[in-house]
Ligand binder design. Structure first.
Ligand SMILES: Cc1ncc(COP(=O)(O)O)c(C=O)c1O
Length: 358
């Protein structure tokens, strides 16, 4: 196993803290009379009962997740969406005004956003323009010289470019860097690769993020998952808000985890939709490039992305305009819809008249 000393990279003030404790967490028995948390013991004003605080460590959900991902529960952190997992991780390991993270734009903007909220610097190394893969020479040289670098964020499959990041490059970074390396697998279910969760035992510095928001179809429940070695999770549990995943969301996650067949079915259906869209988009002459996709969205490149974006919006079809993102001039990102939505999109794209100036 690649070893690093997590105690050496965690924030000094976090090391001195202990988790917020409640009387309920200290009591290990069952069927007690709970008069410890100033709840309303009689009931709730709603039809369904919500008067008790939820399990702060979401043990039941973690037990089911542990079976699915073949890890032990102490290697799992759950958050209010993976957005919260990213936020807690940065707060735990980066010192405000001093440390920085590394990202590879064009990429999901939450890493940068969460860093900036906490006055953490962001070192950016653009992806290679032709392949959207990592610029390894630049990354490795920056790893050597940047003493304040604490976390490297790799999004694979990458949002917004849609491609998996080369496995060998991620391994090289894991081996070369003595801080944390995060692989964000929000879209991994749509790809033909093995999840990095299976490699946590090999790399003490590997952190993997997943979410219930995409293939599971539970974006409004706000449940994100983070998998890492126990020493990392223990520190995150110290600084997280005590009841960060509400009981409704925990119940929904438990229900979802009993319904793996449906999730797998969604993967098949959405990948079929992707295949259909890829084929149709490639036949539209004004689209210069249809990028391959390991995710549940497709990137297209045209001359005037803003014009096409506004045209689609006027047809009540909302896609993501990525024209201003680095390396993505002229690009729109399109999520896979239902079959009917995909067909309507293609109809509207076929009806589009390219403006004469472009
Ligand atoms: C790569 C990536 N990671 C994480 C997230 C956030 O997911 P969640 O809904 O779990 O906060 C997104 C959302 O679009 C994403 O694209």
């Amino acid at each position: 196993m690649k070893k690093i000393n997590i105690d050496n990279i965690v924030n000094t003030h976090v090391k001195k803290m202990s988790a917020y404790s409640s009387a309920r967490a200290e009591y290990k028995g069952k069927n007690a009379i709970f008069l410890d948390a100033n709840e309303n013991s009689i009931g709730s004003v709603t039809k369904t009962i919500h008067n008790r605080y939820p399990d702060p460590l979401q043990i039941k959900v973690k037990e089911e997740l542990a079976k699915l991902e073949s890890v032990t529960i102490e290697k799992i952190f759950l958050g209010n969406g993976s957005d919260e997992c990213i936020d807690v991780l940065i707060r735990c390991f980066c010192e405000s005004g001093n440390d920085n993270i590394m990202t590879f734009p064009p990429v999901f903007s939450m890493y940068e956003h969460a860093a900036h909220i906490q006055n953490i610097g962001v070192e950016e190394v653009l992806l290679l323009p032709k392949t959207f893969q990592l610029d390894m020479d630049t990354i490795l040289s920056k790893i050597k010289t940047n003493q304040q670098l604490k976390i490297i964020f790799i999004c694979s499959p990458n949002n917004p470019t849609g491609n998996l990041i080369n496995k060998e490059d991620i391994e090289t970074i894991l081996n070369s860097f003595d801080g944390l390396v995060v692989v964000d697998e929000a879209y991994q279910d749509f790809a033909n690769n093995k999840s990095w969760v299976s490699r946590i035992n090999e790399f003490e510095n590997l952190v993997v993020i997943k979410t219930f928001s995409k293939v599971w179809g539970m974006a409004d429940a706000r449940i994100g998952m983070l998998f890492a070695n126990k020493s990392i999770i223990d520190y995150m549990n110290i600084i997280k808000m005590p009841y960060n995943v509400n009981q409704n969301s925990q119940n929904l996650a438990l229900e979802a985890l009993q319904n793996l067949a449906q999730k797998n079915n969604f993967v098949v259906k959405l990948n079929e939709g992707k295949k259909y869209l890829l084929k149709e988009l490639k036949q539209i002459s004004y689209i210069q490039k249809v990028y391959p996709s390991d995710a549940n969205f497709i990137v297209i490149k045209i001359d005037d992305a803003n014009h096409l974006y506004h045209y689609l919006t006027n047809q009540h079809i909302i896609v993501r305009n990525r024209d201003k993102a680095p390396l993505m001039k002229g690009c729109l990102r399109i999520s896979i819809g239902t079959q009917k939505e995909n067909e309507l999109l293609i109809d509207q794209l076929k009806n589009y008249k390219v403006p004469s100036h472009s």
